[in-house]
Ligand binder design. Structure first.
Ligand code: C2E
Ligand code: MG
Ligand code: MG
Ligand code: MG
Length: 296
């Protein structure tokens, strides 16, 4: 009887489940050829330094235009790329793409800015990652300190801290910068921060959203910033959408902001123009930063 009920249930769910599996397989199939098909692109979102009021870097973010379904967000296709193993190739592709782009910007006279690239745990574990990074830097001629690798706390699942530490230390020795991404959205073991060589902490959007109206959130973020400082890390606030949030972040002495308030991720040809516009916008709103003759 129970068995029958169980069967009946399974039948109800089966078609939807099968459809979901089929859809994932279809996405994985298309994704496999996305690079050759030219449907995969990197967009770049500016990171704004709150004390110099300059765009000091860009984060590279994958964009995929599916031939039939149109644009598919990374939150949908990255998990598929991760579970199918495709992320290893895609990750290497965007790393090379971003480093090539950053080098091209320098060659075009667009002043050097760092470029940040997201790294999935599978990339980190499935190949000799530091050798791959070192090869891409050599091949593209990007100075290592202009590359920032963003890693999430999911890296810490199922692996000994010793192994993580070894690879991070090797990357750090190359001169590459390391950021802990989405801080506060997962395990958030503070112990890792004290022991691993991260240069920057990217505070998750959920901590930033609401800081202009909720004093307790403001206190929490202030504490995180002080802690990071104490550990020698700089702090990037992710996902600021309002000027009021930027004002609070500046008050809290947050180093850097990345959010729609300044710009969404943009195609590479637009990035220099956006950086310029952001920096000019600061000059208009804060006269103290304008050249002397203009301020007088
Ligand atoms: P992430 O690395 O934390 O990237 C920041 C995400 O926040 C981006 O979403 C960005 O567009 C979004 N964002 C920035 N400012 C704002 C804001 O003011 N408001 C809101 N609502 N969102 C904002 P995106 O591009 O959709 O990427 C989502 C996630 O997908 C990334 O989160 C990252 O985990 C993953 N991802 C994207 N590209 C890559 C990649 O090349 N490799 C890997 N491994 N993962 C990637
Ligand atoms: Mg990121
Ligand atoms: Mg993030
Ligand atoms: Mg400040």
């Amino acid at each position: 009887m129970a068995k029958e009920a169980g069967r009946g249930r399974a039948m109800v769910f089966e078609p939807a489940y099968a459809q979901a599996v089929e859809q994932r397989l279809d996405l994985a199939r298309h994704l496999r050829h996305a690079v050759e098909a030219g449907t995969l692109h990197a967009h770049y979102q500016p990171q704004v330094d709150l004390s110099s009021h300059k765009v000091t870097g860009f984060e590279a973010l994958l964009r995929w235009n599916h031939p039939e379904r149109g644009p598919i967000p990374p939150n949908e296709f990255i998990p598929i790329a991760e579970s199918s193993g495709l992320i290893v190739d895609l990750g290497l592709w965007i790393l090379r793409e971003a480093c090539t782009q950053a080098r091209a910007w320098i060659d075009q006279g667009f002043k050097p800015r760092s470029v940040a690239v997201n790294v999935s745990p599978a990339q980190f574990w499935n190949m000799d990652f530091e050798t791959a990074v070192s090869a891409v830097l050599a091949e593209t001629g990007l100075p290592p300190h202009l590359l920032c690798l963003e890693l999430t706390e999911s890296l810490f699942v199922d692996h000994t801290e010793h192994r993580i530490s070894r690879t991070l230390t090797a990357l750090s020795a190359l001169g590459v910068r390391l950021a802990l991404d989405d801080f506060g959205s997962g395990y958030s073991s503070l112990g890792y921060l004290t022991r691993l060589p991260f240069d920057r902490l990217k505070v998750d959007r959920s901590f930033v959203d609401g800081i202009s109206t909720r004093p307790e959130k403001r206190k929490l973020l202030g504490g995180i910033i002080a802690l990071s400082r104490g550990l020698g890390m700089s702090v990037v606030a992710e996902g600021a959408e309002l000027q009021a949030e930027v004002d609070v972040l500046a008050d809290l002495d947050c180093d850097c902001v990345q959010g729609y308030v300044f710009s969404r991720p943009v195609p590479p040809e637009t990035a220099p123009l956006i950086a310029d516009a952001i920096e000019r916008r600061f000059q208009t709103i804060s006269p103290s930063l304008a050249p002397d003759d203009e301020a007088a």
